[in-house]
Design a protein around this ligand. Sequence first.
Ligand SMILES: [Zn+2]
Length: 231
Amino acid sequence: MAPRRADHDYVRLANFSKGDSWQGGGVENVDLVWSNAQAEVHRFVVGPVANNVYVVRCRSTGEATLIDAANEHERLLRVATQLGVTSVLETHGHWDHVGAVTEVRAAGIGVWVRSEDAHLLPSYDHLLEDDDSFSVGRLRLSTIHTPGHTPGSICFALNDTPVLFTGDTLFPGGPGNATFEGGDFTTIIRSIDDRLFRPFVADTLIFPGHGDSSTIGAERPHLDEWVARGW
Ligand SMILES: [Zn+2]
């Protein structure tokens, strides 16, 4: 938490009327990282280990979903309110990705998670199925179960766009850590190869749970190196 910055932002937000466009960084410390005529993808960074939180917003209806209610719940809820967030999708159940779950649920926003990771959350509302279609206004997110970092890790592809949210499964430079409880290196490599590298085209944008973005095309040639080094 950064109280000084939050105080400053509150003043700025108080003057931000609902009718204004969200384009161009009108929301506090939130970056518009991708958009087309139908969709916006916003990112902001929270918490002690710099978690990326993403908001996918339908430009037709104004409805949005938030990926990983990670931390800094007051700021997260302000952004959620401004961007029209009506649901939260959890990429997995690790503590740094679920720190604001209790508060977003108290605010009436439903939280979705895979069954295998559900016990890691303080509470939740709905379970995510594999190979399912999740509606956000007129947008659709496809669910891709990718175990290995945790048993319930899941990625989300924004249909008809090059946008893929990979949580802690795939980062620039390799797979997520598979040495935590419930993790398995062979499993994460199989998930990345079968469910991400084979189905998605090279131009697909990877938005991970921490750090910078990448593309499928930039990462795919390195799979054998990752297997050989063992992490
Ligand atoms: Zn994790």
